[in-house]
Design a protein around this ligand. Structure first.
Ligand SMILES: Nc1ncnc2c1ncn2[C@@H]1O[C@H](COP(=O)(O)OP(=O)(O)O[C@H]2O[C@H](CO)[C@@H](O)[C@H](O)[C@H]2O)[C@@H](O)[C@H]1O
Length: 649
């Protein structure tokens, strides 16, 4: 793909002008720079939802998908793993690639679906007898996200959107990530230093006016990192708020992100070529949720993005982007689309007698318009359809069950590697665990805890909020502290829990440390130095810390929910002829008693059954949590998404 890149960028403005000339002669087939047209009063006519929901992608239009068909003819090229050709739209923009992977690369696309073309190629190869079919479908993918590490991160969303795009690009896809260019006046602003101004200003129409945004760009690790620049992203604090709480204009800030993200594939000539209309938007959580609504309500009615598809990835259903109904008019959507976002709170949730409970819910809008819905673990994909886990959207999500899939997150195994991690002083691996105890001693010294390698060290890392079950830890701490253990917590969030951590540290000076703040290097040192990681999450869509912990030989003790239940296998010392199996402990129900019971067994095993403990550590360290295996599953979901016509056309 790099071979297709040309060094000199086509200036955005001239690019847009050419296309605007085209637009003015053929408005309905507007291809590029649609925002400007929209702002001048073009409004959509009707909401057309397809009558039936597709059946899990197993049925659908099989024909007419150009990017599904590439016939391999030149055996020499095939062996070298070349880009066979590009697919262009009417304007000459590259909208897809036919890639021949390197000989020996595993076939990524699951052949369970009847794609005649792919099947033919596979059969031909089978007849030849030796080599597998190597034809692979690649996509132009546009991630839209409020955070992407290392540029911005407040939690797991940043991790995922910083790693998955790279894994997909490595598999031959053309990948762009669109997120805000946050500047908060601290050294973290330097993270954006490599992103250059594309000199592309566009006007976006929402919130009763026109707003100029600019785009910055960095091409790194095969991915186009695109940052939307606007003054509302430049302020102290984190991406969502500051010490006074959440920013009051978040709906505006993320509406702007969505409008800009819809324009980016049309107007940005990255590496000389736009991504074009035939792309796949992967929109993450509510912040990006207006994208599929805009595709349906604004663009498709005028012939733009008819071949695009969208996938909503839900990382956390608890946050939905709900604001008063009166704000609907600000979103830049036609009035007749109100129903897609309409949300009425039940009577008990209303605040006063005159409160009608009417609101707009951006995540709901995404759920009713996205072509497919993914969650970050299989367990969570079921939980969101239940009354307990659905946060009021369970009925709606159940109605779209056939297009919901769960794909467990991977982890960045380069950043999180105990044999080379730059944040820890000693290194170790599954073949030589000796560095682990040195990391523990170093952590005890750093935290000014008594240096006692034999004492079980329990850790917690995460946002201090209701989701993470901090209240349960607070309840259980007096009992935990009765035992001969040490406990270290790293987290920030709810001020009442931050204060509780400080108070607990003073109460148990020799046993407890509470680090209030967000600090990535210390999170690595805690992961490496602890023996046990506690995660009593009330719900956990996937959870990354238990995956990091296992990779570092730190044994997880977790509440049996969502991704935690999917990824932590319960320890059974008697299995495998006494060699044991499992990677940790899960407990349920979510009570102090069951938490304490699981923790006690873990602590006893650490103290009294050293060989069992080593087995637990090693099995966890050997687990495959790479993004590579998750990316293969994402590709399958992409394929299903394109088998069906757009859900809303
Ligand atoms: N104080 C601190 N200092 C340093 N690092 C800190 C930190 N607090 C948290 N982190 C880091 O932030 C990340 C948190 O990821 P999680 O997946 O555990 O939770 P989160 O709820 O943010 O993500 C949501 O999205 C992700 C991604 O899909 C899902 O896994 C998850 O279940 C869902 O709730 C980890 O990398 C962790 O180390």
């Amino acid at each position: 793909m790099e071979s297709l890149r040309i060094t000199g960028l086509i200036p955005c403005s001239s690019f847009t002008n050419v296309l605007q000339a085209r637009l003015s002669s053929r408005i309905i087939n507007g291809k590029v720079g649609f925002a400007s047209l929209w702002g001048r009063g073009i409004r959509s006519r009707s909401l057309r939802l397809r009558g039936s929901v597709s059946s899990g992608g197993n049925e659908g239009a099989l024909g007419g998908l150009q990017d599904e068909s590439s016939t391999v003819k030149d055996e020499k090229k095939k062996k070298k793993g070349l880009i066979l050709g590009t697919e262009r739209d009417g304007s000459g923009s590259v909208i897809g690639f036919q890639l021949i992977p390197q000989s020996g690369e595993t076939e990524a696309v699951d052949s369970s679906h009847d794609d005649a073309t792919t099947k033919n190629v596979e059969e031909a190869a089978d007849i030849d007898g030796k080599e597998e079919a190597k034809t692979k479908v690649t996509y132009n993918i546009v991630f839209v996200t409020s955070e992407a590490a290392p540029y911005s991160k407040t939690g797991g969303l940043g991790d995922v959107c910083g790693s998955l795009p790279i894994a997909l690009a490595a598999r031959g896809h053309r990948v762009m990530v669109v997120s805000p260019r946050y500047l908060n006046g601290t050294p973290s602003d330097n993270k954006f230093a490599g992103a250059l101004d594309l000199d592309c200003r566009i006007k976006l129409y929402c919130f009763g006016g026109e707003h100029d945004v600019a785009f910055f760009h960095e091409y790194r690790e095969g991915v186009d990192w695109v940052f939307v620049d606007h003054p509302s992203y430049h302020r102290p604090g984190n991406p969502y708020g500051d010490s006074y709480g959440a920013f009051g204009d978040n709906q505006f800030r993320f509406t702007l992100l969505c409008h800009a993200a819809c324009e980016a594939p049309l107007v940005l000539p990255l590496g000389g070529f736009t991504y074009g209309e035939k792309c796949l938007f992967i929109v993450n959580d509510w912040h990006a949720g207006l994208v599929p609504v805009l595709l349906a309500a604004k663009y498709r009615l005028y012939g733009v993005y008819k071949d695009a598809r969208s996938i909503l990835t839900i990382h956390n259903l608890a946050h939905q982007g709900v604001e008063p109904a009166a704000t609907y008019k600000n979103l830049g959507l036609p009035p007749e689309w109100y129903g897609a976002l309409e949300w009425v709170f039940p009577t008990w949730a209303r605040t006063h007698a005159l409160d009608t409970g009417e609101a707009v819910n951006i995540l709901k809008g995404a759920i009713v318009t996205a072509d497919r819905i993914l969650t970050v673990s299989q367990g969570y994909s079921w939980e969101i359809t239940t009354a307990e886990g659905g946060y009021g959207l369970n009925g709606l999500l159940s109605s779209r069950k056939s297009v919901i899939n769960g794909i467990t997150n991977g982890i960045d195994i380069v950043e999180w590697d105990p044999s080379s991690d730059e944040s820890i002083d000693f290194h170790y691996s599954v073949d030589d665990l000796s560095g682990k105890v040195k990391c523990k001693i170093a952590l005890q010294k750093e935290l000014d805890l008594p240096v006692r390698p034999e004492c079980p060290l329990i850790g917690f890392i995460g946002r201090l909020d209701y989701q993470k079950g901090i209240d349960l830890i607070r309840l259980a701490i007096p009992d935990i502290m009765e035992d001969d253990v040490q406990f270290v917590m790293l987290g920030s969030g709810d001020p009442q829990f931050e204060n509780w951590m400080r108070a607990t540290e003073s109460a148990y000076k020799n046993k407890f440390r509470g680090w209030v703040g967000f600090n990535v290097p210390i999170s690595h040192r805690i992961t490496a130095g602890c023996d046990i990681l506690l995660m009593p999450s009330r719900f956990e869509p996937c959870g990354l810390n238990q995956l990091y912990a296992m990779r570092y030989g730190t044994v997880p003790v977790v509440h049996a929910t969502g991704g935690l239940r999917d990824t932590v296998e319960i320890f059974n010392p008697y299995a495998q002829g006494g060699r044991g199996e499992g990677t940790g402990w899960t407990f349920s129900p979510l009570t102090k008693e069951s938490l304490l019971a699981a923790l006690r067994i873990a602590v006893e095993t650490f103290r009294d059954h050293k060989s069992s403990w080593e087995g637990l550590m090693k099995r966890g360290m050997e687990k495959d949590f790479t993004w590579e295996s998750s990316a293969v599953k994402y590709e399958q979901a992409f394929k299903w998404t394109f088998l069906d016509p757009p859900y809303v056309s």
